[in-house]
Design a binder for this molecule. Structure first.
Ligand code: UT7
Length: 314
């Protein structure tokens, strides 16, 4: 490994997404739950979500799309990191299935930091590129529908399935990552959890309260470390849990809502997949130009949080 390799930066080259074909609307949920489309839209912003598939299957689809768009031969990829809370099996890591099916030559591991997982993976990927790797595939993929109690209106309206991926490549110079922050407060782990073989259980109000707080604190820490201010940020890509959480956090971060990406009306909360799905949506819609500053902010079970400020240069 070169002595100066720890100085090496990285940039996102491409992205890919996968959503299962089955759509479950709020009206579908009205048939089985004591809830209404009006309540769900007003309290969460979610209108419909996608359900089905396997975590590795969705991850492979999103990962393949990202590799194809970058024009990368899978044999040149050093590592795949799969952020997920819903692996296909307890052992082995679902990343190994992805590695094999995509024909990736390098290593593979799963990373579980709940809804912050993709940003944790992004920061880890930059670190490993700094340590000498050249090409890393990062994927966030979930099949939360498998661990959702469809009779519980407190969670069934929120959680869903999907995947998003990005390719990350070494560059000469500092690269895109200007500042980052990650953390965890394990004392709050009981407010959102699922036992092995069990369903997600959540104290929604408490998660909401903490989510806004940690998004603001973590976002501000990343901005400070990047040496930029909120007004410099062209686009915020927040975890897609609840539109009211995004609105409250943006207000407190002093970033106008027009600069925030939201896809949760169509996707629901896909945990590790939500930030790459939102990032891909914004990139495909032409909402990010080279040189723009992008703030990614995640929070989730643990409670974990993670933020990153990127200078977009795909
Ligand atoms: O990825 C991170 C994980 N999760 C989150 O970020 C979720 C964070 N929390 C939330 O998004 C919100 O707390 C929820 C959407 C889960 C709930 O919204 P809320 O505004 O906090 O509602 P609440 O729990 O305070 O409940 C208000 C009322 C209650 O009725 P009463 O006691 O006022 O009569 C609930 O029983 O709404 C009732 N309620 C519902 N009504 C219709 C709760 N869930 C539903 C429902 N449909 N699905």
């Amino acid at each position: 490994m070169a002595e100066d390799s720890l100085m090496r930066g990285a940039v996102i080259r491409s992205w890919g997404t996968a959503l299962p074909p089955k759509v479950v609307t709020n009206h579908d949920l009205e048939q089985t739950l004591d809830t209404s489309d009006e309540w769900i839209v007003e309290r969460t912003g979610i209108r419909e979500r996608r359900v089905g598939g396997t975590t590795s299957g969705l991850a492979i689809e999103a990962g393949r799309q990202a590799l194809d768009r970058a024009g990368w031969d899978p044999s040149t990829v050093d590592l795949v990191i799969l952020a997920t809370t819903t692996p296909d099996q307890q052992v082995p890591a679902s990343a190994s299935t992805v590695q094999n099916e995509l024909g990736i030559a390098g290593g593979a591991f799963d990373l579980n930091a709940a809804c912050s997982g993709f940003v944790y993976a992004l920061i880890a990927g930059h670190g490993l590129i700094g340590a000498g790797m050249s090409r890393v595939l990062l994927i966030g993929a979930e099949t939360l529908s498998r661990i959702t109690d469809w009779d519980d209106r407190g969670t069934a309206i929120l959680f869903a399935d999907g995947a998003g991926a990005v390719t990350l490549e070494a560059v000469d110079g500092p690269g895109q990552l200007l500042g980052w922050d990650l953390g965890s407060d394990g004392s709050a782990r009981h407010i959102l959890d699922a036992d092995i073989g069990g369903y997600l259980e959540m104290d929604g109000r408490e998660v909401f309260r903490r989510a806004v707080r940690v998004m603001v604190e973590s976002g501000n820490t990343a901005l400070e470390r990047a040496g930029v201010s909120a007004s410099d940020i062209s686009l915020v890509v927040p975890h897609q849990a609840n539109i009211r959480i995004i609105e409250s956090a943006c207000t407190r971060l002093d970033i106008p809502m027009e600069r925030a990406v939201s896809v949760l009306d169509r996707t629901g909360n896909t945990s590790s997949a939500s930030i790459p799905l939102a990032l891909a949506d914004a990139a495909d819609a032409g909402r990010i130009s080279p040189g723009d500053l992008v703030l990614l902010v995640g929070f989730g079970a643990g409670m974990t949080w993670a933020s990153a400020v990127l200078r977009w240069q795909p």
